[in-house]
Ligand binder design. Structure first.
Ligand code: UGB
Length: 601
């Protein structure tokens, strides 16, 4: 009964399309012409956006939804016909000869890489009110994840360009996928901090759109409970990154500029860049079209399992099976106990850390066929066993690691297993949930994320010959953790194992109560005996040799309860803060050669 002249011809077409898709209910509550006309036009603007941002438009979304909802109703197993087995991949041990070779190859290759950070998720499990990339990586330097990521890419860029002078790209671009939940805060963080030293033109933000919610098995779109002229929407998942890279033209641009690799990574893994150079080396040397990074996985840990799936008809693929599906798949395939640790104390299926490296050429070729659409899934919560009504609206979702599902068997899909201590320390769980994690499984909390960095740095320095004290156990926010000396460094100080090795000489030692932060490229430790806190900041061009005995009251760790709202949220979710009692702090702003060898102090 509405007056069609109120609307543009495109809007009338959208209305017809919705009627054809059995969505007449969307218009049923519309008042007569002249009433709320602006609301009606806004409705079409939203429909137009939803239609344009989904490969194949709303018609395709609704058709797929009906199919997936029908499968879900009949309880169809998405892995029907497939049996799981443990695949074999490249296994890397930090610092050994093999690792160093891959690392060197990776640094060489890095100039031809582009990075993609998926940061559209709000992190419901963490329950933090800000964006996760703004969280401090650790509280010794206080730098946030985004700064650490950007500085790591810049350090890699510099090291790579030095190796391959004169040929190919000289800048490594960074694309960040945001969503309505994170976009403006991510932009603000970058702008307020001068892009953490990256050229603004080097960073591209791609915003993912949410998708329409579904009210029933016939995929009727849900009306927003707070606005009758709006379709309710929810996030579609990190899988959107593929269609966005394709539709924005960015992938094409990268390939045309001579780039070969695209590396995807997630919002809070402070160790990741220790694994990047070697993993990229594996991709280059093994000529993998797809390389997923993995770590040994504890059974039931909330990370997907890398699995070989072999179909009755002979097809076979190596793919992530998401953590909630691995146990039922195993039980249905002759493993009556499901997802269990074996005699090694770990699940036989390596854990997917969702760090993916694709070769751009074959990736773009595949996307020009699919438009970047990824196999989706639906997870409705039904009211009862008849599965006819939902408790609340649902939507289709997709995951970036499902990309290989549509690849032909000829595609070279591999994976690289790293030890978790240097490759994986995400911040995903809130303190209460982390404290309930079964003993021996990783907490994946802000507390464990920070402690993992100190542990990794301590173990790396041990590998290059520094005497580092053993950790002590302590409990923060109900989580028992190993507390190592608080060793922190900027990516430009130590990007690779060889790099770190070249900066440590003689007999160095660090006691368990010590804190050290190395913030410059050319800081060399020579016969340093540290017992206290030492902070060195050196501008590029300032070469500082640090040695001798440094002894002071240092920094102490004070416990904070996560319920104590007088403390900032990013501090209380980790359960401790640093008290800076006394430190030796030196800053070298001018280029030149310096030597710092304080006596007992
Ligand atoms: N993200 C988006 O950018 N957009 C979205 O719509 C949703 C998320 P979660 P998840 O490595 O620990 C993944 O929520 O999905 C970003 C893998 O699926 O932290 O539960 C978001 O900002 C799983 O196999 O993780 O689990 C974040 O950066 C396992 O590998 C990223 O996507 C697990 O990560 C991941 O989102 C892991």
């Amino acid at each position: 009964h509405n007056n069609l002249s109120l609307f543009s011809p495109e809007q009338v077409e959208l209305a017809k399309m919705l009627l054809d898709l059995n969505q007449a209910h969307l218009f049923q509550h519309w008042p007569e012409p002249g009433v709320d006309d602006d609301g009606k036009r806004a409705f079409f603007e939203q429909v137009s956006r939803l239609n344009a941002s989904y490969p194949g438009g709303l018609a395709s979304y609704i058709t797929t939804a009906r199919e997936l909802l029908a499968d879900s109703k009949t309880g169809k197993n998405p892995y029907d016909g497939f049996s799981p087995s443990v695949p074999s991949g490249e296994i890397l041990t930090f610092g050994d000869e093999n690792f160093i070779q891959f690392e060197n190859a990776g640094v060489r290759e890095a100039r031809k890489a582009a990075f993609v950070l998926v940061a559209g998720g709000l992190g419901e499990r963490l329950g933090y009110n800000g964006i996760k990339v703004a969280l401090p990586l650790e509280s010794t330097t206080g730098i946030c994840f985004l700064q650490h990521y950007i500085e790591s890419i810049l350090a890699l860029q510099e090291a790579s360009c030095k190796l391959g002078q004169g040929e190919g790209p000289t800048e490594i671009p960074l694309a960040i996928m945001t969503s309505d939940d994170t976009h403006s805060r991510t932009t603000k963080l970058l702008e307020e901090n001068a892009y953490f030293g990256m050229k603004p033109s080097q960073v591209k933000l791609l915003k993912q759109e949410k998708v329409a919610c579904l009210d029933d098995n016939d995929a009727r779109l849900a009306v927003d409970p707070n606005n009758k002229f709006k379709i309710q929407t929810k996030p579609h998942g990190h899988g959107d990154v593929h269609s966005l890279l394709y539709s924005s033209g960015l992938l094409k641009e990268w390939l045309a500029a001579g780039r070969k690799w695209v590396l995807f990574f997630q919002d809070t893994n402070g160790l990741l860049f220790k694994a990047i150079p070697s993993a990229l080396g594996v991709s280059a040397i093994k000529e993998y079209h797809v390389n997923s990074l993995a770590v040994p996985r504890k059974a039931k840990e909330a990370i997907g399992g890398i699995t070989r799936l072999t179909h009755k008809d002979g097809r076979s693929m190596v793919i992530n099976v998401e953590y909630n599906q691995l146990d039922p798949l195993l039980r249905a395939s002759g493993y009556p106990d499901g997802d269990m640790n074996n005699e090694t104390g770990y699940s036989p299926f390596p854990g997917n850390i969702n760090q993916l490296i694709f070769e751009i050429g074959p990736y773009l070729e595949e996307l020009s066929k699919t438009g970047g659409s990824i196999k989706e899934f639906v997870n409705p919560k039904y009211k009862d066993s008849t599965k006819t009504a939902f408790k609340s609206s649902t939507r289709l979702e997709c995951m970036m690691q499902d990309y290989p599902k549509t690849l032909p068997p000829s595609a070279r899909v591999g994976f690289t297993v790293m030890e978790a201590w240097f490759a994986y320390a995400p911040v995903k769980n809130n303190p209460e949930d982390a404290a309930k994690v079964p003993k021996g499984n990783p907490y994946h909390s802000a507390t464990s994320g920070e402690m993992a960095i100190y542990r990794a740095h301590s173990l790396i320095l041990r590998k290059v010959g520094v005497k580092v004290d053993d950790p002590v156990q302590d409990i923060f926010n109900g989580q028992e953790v190993d507390v190592w000396p608080r060793i922190a460094w900027k990516p430009k100080w130590g990007l690779t194992f060889s790099d770190i090795k070249s900066k440590v000489n003689g007999n160095c030692s660090i006691t368990g109560r010590s804190t050290i932060a190395l913030k410059g490229k050319s800081i060399f430790l020579q016969d340093l005996a540290l017992d206290g806190a030492l902070i060195i900041d050196a501008a590029d061009g300032a070469e500082v040799k640090v040695g001798g005995s440094v002894h002071n009251a240092g920094w102490t760790i004070e416990k904070v309860d996560f319920k104590d709202t007088s403390v900032p949220e990013e501090v209380r979710i980790r359960g401790f803060k640093m008290i800076k009692v006394e430190q030796l702090e030196k800053t070298y702003k001018e280029p030149g050669k310096y030597s710092l060898s304080p006596c007992d102090k």
